[in-house]
Write a protein that binds this ligand. Sequence first.
Ligand SMILES: C[S@@+](CC[C@H](N)C(=O)[O-])C[C@H]1O[C@@H](n2cnc3c(N)ncnc32)[C@H](O)[C@@H]1O
Length: 266
Amino acid sequence: MYGGESAKIYHAQHTARGKDYRAEAEVVAGEIRKRCPEAGSVLDVACGTGGHLGAFQDLIGHVEGVDLSEPMLAIARAGHPDVPLHLGDMRSFDLGRTFDAVTCLFASIGYVASEAELHQAVRCLAGHVVPGGVVVVEPWWFPETYLDRWVSGDVVEHEGTTIARVAHTVREGDASVMDVHYLLASAASGVRHVHEVHRAMLFTAAQYEAAFREAGLEPEHVPGVQSGRGLFVGVTPPSSASAAEFKSGHPGSGTAKNQTCLGERS
Ligand SMILES: C[S@@+](CC[C@H](N)C(=O)[O-])C[C@H]1O[C@@H](n2cnc3c(N)ncnc32)[C@H](O)[C@@H]1O
């Protein structure tokens, strides 16, 4: 889906369009800090070409990334040689360590193929968070906010290549299927055509929330932000030992948050 050529086009497109990764990361870091003020580490799952990584380094501190596509990671590595980046599948990866926060942004979660896989992925994200840490997921559109038969298009120029993109999205059952056509023109190569198909699940808010709850996270939907799709944010229980105290509102020593969410851990 994000092979070598698609990764390069993705990066060129979003760079030339000026996607504001910094502003998005500020929103996400703000939601993390509201729930875990001392957060010092973040794992960005489905990090792609790494657009959010630099901003997370500034805003949170230690950052790592995971993605299923090696060509996407190669571009992220070139831009962020100091960030540990791992090839992995959001439904099954295991880094053997936890972070204060785990994010999955730009609707990447929509690439799972079923509700069962949504549950697997959210469990996997939650499994990489410290007790009292935060999971942030940017959903794809909900069935009621998705616009069927949507046509989009633009033309951008990046490093000597002009890229024209048109896309048409149709609903197939509980998924959207986006047909994307690119024309790439450069002095050296002339004009080439590239075709991609992106299938993304149209989960309901209730389905996202159920996946969060099943993974032990209490979900909150933050509406309006990130292109209007909002964010789902959930906090893991402070720790198995202190969860009962936390639930009863009587943490033993200090608040649940400062017992558990303290910064980078290995
Ligand atoms: C729309 S891009 C978003 C990339 C990045 N988060 C951004 O904001 O630019 C979707 C990304 O999800 C990744 N992806 C899709 N399915 C995945 C999976 N099962 N596990 C990990 N990454 C996946 C793709 O390789 C791609 O990099």
